[in-house]
Design a protein. Structure first.
Length: 277
């Protein structure tokens, strides 16, 4: 099981590398203290009076209902609410679907998006369980793209060791030292080193309840600590599963290195923000 987890971490890191873009520096933004005690998705998730939630309507598939967590990710949650209320997501697509990993959407392929990017927000109580709603980012920059974790396979971290992660951190730092600090190569390798450093921190702070939930419902814990988790699916899991099972082909948006583009467009008709009463 440990070997499978390590393989999953390495695979996730590779897929993340494919998804990031070039940036001079991380965008400014709010970074939640990961030790803060907030109400997250590690416990029971249900809508309660006063909660903000989103209903995403996908053409020919149905609705996905997502509880939002402004206390855990205030900047990211408000950004998503503003975009949804403006109609930004109407007509956008799920352009990237990877089975047992995630379904990604919200990208503006016109290049005319005037949305200010911002940094990631993380918290130990916000995790990548099956159905988690998160921002896809490029070298730490959030904007409009999101993904929903679709992996239902049990994840057992009960006896996981971070020793190999330490080796990865050291390896990427050694690579970085070979380049000028202002070079893209240095930025890339240090990004990877910090990715593993953040992951290690979140694994070391994974309590028994979180481990038990990953084992029960599945998810992608290899992404913890590096992406903003700001919502959790509460209804429409069948819709998520249908999207995750579509036929895919080579994705040019991913440099042609990944088979993840849905053969038939998956169109987001609208996203409506509501207050639970």
């Amino acid at each position: 099981m440990v070997k499978k987890i390590l393989a999953g971490i390495l695979c996730a890191a590779t897929m993340i590398t494919l998804s990031v873009g070039c940036s001079d520096s991380a965008a400014p933004g709010v970074s939640t203290d990961p030790s803060a005690k907030i109400t997250g998705n590690t416990g029971e998730v249900k809508l309660e009076k006063g909660d903000k939630y989103a209903v995403m309507t996908i053409k020919d598939y149905g609705d996905i209902t997502i509880k939002l967590y402004p206390d855990a990710a205030p900047k990211g949650t408000q950004n998503f609410i503003d975009l949804a209320n403006s109609g930004f997501y109407n007509g956008k697509t799920f352009h990237r679907v990877v089975a047992d990993f995630m379904a990604q959407g919200g990208k503006d392929f016109t290049g005319k998006t005037n949305v200010e990017s911002f940094g990631i927000e993380t918290n130990y109580n916000m995790r990548h369980f099956y159905g988690a709603f998160c921002y896809a980012n490029a070298l730490g920059n959030n904007s409009t793209e999101f993904y929903i974790v679709n992996n239902k396979k049990s994840q057992d971290y009960s006896s996981f060791s971070t020793a190999r992660i330490d080796n990865n951190i050291q390896g990427y730092e050694d690579y970085a030292k070979q380049y000028d600090k202002n070079s893209q190569e240095y930025t890339y390798y240090m990004f990877q080193a910090n990715y593993y450093r953040n992951l290690k921190q979140f694994i070391e702070n994974m309590d028994d309840a979180t481990k038990a939930k990953y084992k029960e419902v599945g998810g992608t814990p290899s992404l913890d600590g590096n992406y903003t988790v700001f919502g959790q699916t509460v209804d429409g899991f069948d819709v998520l599963d249908k999207i995750s099972a579509v036929e895919v082909e080579t994705n040019d948006a991913m440099g042609g290195k990944e088979v993840s583009k849905p053969k038939t467009e998956i169109i987001i008709e609208k996203v409506v923000i509501k207050d639970y009463e």
